[in-house]
Write a protein that binds this ligand. Sequence first.
Ligand code: DON
Length: 592
Amino acid sequence: MTPPTARLLPVAALASLLALGLSAPCFAQAVSAPAQPTASAQPSVRYDIGYDIFYPVRAQNGMVASEHRLATEVGVATLKRGGNAVDAAVAVGFALAVVLPNAGNLGGGGFMIVHDAKSGRDVAIDFREMAPAKAFRDMYLDGQGKVVPDRSLYTHLAVGIPGTVAGLAHAQEKYGTLPLAEVIAPAIKLAREGYAVTPQLAGLLEVERDHLAAWGATRAVFFKAERPLRVGETLVQEDLAKSLELIAAQGAKAFYEGSIAEKIAAEMAKNNGFITADDLKSYKVVEREPVSGTYRGYTVKSMPPPSSGGVHIVQMLNILERYPLKELGAGSAQTIHLMAEAMKLAFADRSEYLGDPDFTKVPVKGLTARAYADELAAKIDPDKATPASTIKPGKPAPYESDQTTHFSVADSQGNVVSTTYTLNLNFGSGIVAEGTGILLNNEMDDFSAKPGVPNAFGLIGGDANAVQPFKRPLSSMSPTIVLKDGKPWLLTGSPGGSRIITTTLETVIDHIDFAMNPAEAAALPRVHHQWTPDELRVEKGLSPDTVKLLEQKGHKVAVKPTMGRTQTIQLRDDGLYGFSDPRNPDGMTAGY
Ligand code: DON
């Protein structure tokens, strides 16, 4: 199987070329942003110049973008066999559980947005983990009310009831066309026959060595004697192959009520974990209405609560639509300033209002209303950064009654699927449930352990995201579909914790405002602000002149490691164009 593949130019060359081309100070200084675009404003630079500077992958019939070549190949083969986008997405989801063990999973959870071409309907499938019945608000605090380090990350108490198997099986049954066993088969083969460890995976195993070494069943999978597997060694996962075989034969029941459930419950009981056989049996997938907004004539559909992603992406787009970003230029200090100010306002609201909608009322309509965006935009000074300490959550209209992975799939009939799923941090809790080969998540850390105390991503929260039995922790995962004239035009999403929301926002803006293709958008240095800490985080490659201009406006700029790893597909009239983020060299986009 040799699909037409991925990238054509060295990544570093792409990034630095693009940085040079798009961050020159002349773009940045051209502006003192008018609150509204004026008809006479002339772009200082035109991006819709009719040619690409970097080339995305092109295909005519179907396309898959994922974080691992082997999973992408499984997806493309599924499409070629006549499967639709959902069949391929489910096949990719199961394959990633084998070949991307740091993020792909059976023991985690996630979200999927499906656009069904026949009905024109978009549906958001929520298979986020749930807190077990015994979970309680202060379960991560000690006797003095202090958060116990690592309890919500690397113990059996860190694990939420996994949703992935139920979510993938649900999508398959309702929107797929092939039998579940057929889409799981390639994952079983990969687990049983094994595959060569890539430098990327070897690096992650080394970084997480201590967390993984703590558990015998985990060592048995990922270690050779006393050390993690190295580059080029074969990773065989026989227990995982058996678990997948059970799911292929019995459906999701095998995981939630059958022998896999028994093994997970036994693992928990032995190690003071909370999850019981009854908890597993109680797990439920929920179909939700995607959060919807419009941006410069396009329709944006993204993940609703318990993700915060969709709400805040639409909220920020509502704010940013009033500024002439196209004229201000990609990567200019003024564009970055406006984005950062919108980000701060959105993340302040996140801390106050967002949580599981089945437990707490989330004012989705208020937060995504244009009138509210008017109010928020009025707080933005085009020349000066507002100190985060002076920003408080706003007052939207009252309530209406480091690992994750994203993959995007488009088929030849116009169906598309955008999925993000996760174990939370790399390899989740690091715990493999004995006898299953399944790594368990540490998603409980996405709850607010204590008001005001940041989680692993520096995010804070309060009541809306406090631990409660069967509640889903607040997420940032934002699988997104952008529609043009009612038809899918862009599929994207990313890992990266809190940075998922801003990475996805920037990707949408790069395509719409700056007429970039998926390769160009992926190569652009990213920026991120999440209100607390008061820091404008940027990637290497942003021009020093731009950084200086941002600092002059009062931003505290910090150059830090890369953010996000998008998997984007653009559906144009003349074909499919996709690209796997160069920030993970294992990723691959392919089609036919
Ligand atoms: O659901 C969330 O928002 C987080 N658990 C996602 C974690 C993540 O993206 C880690 N990857 N870099």
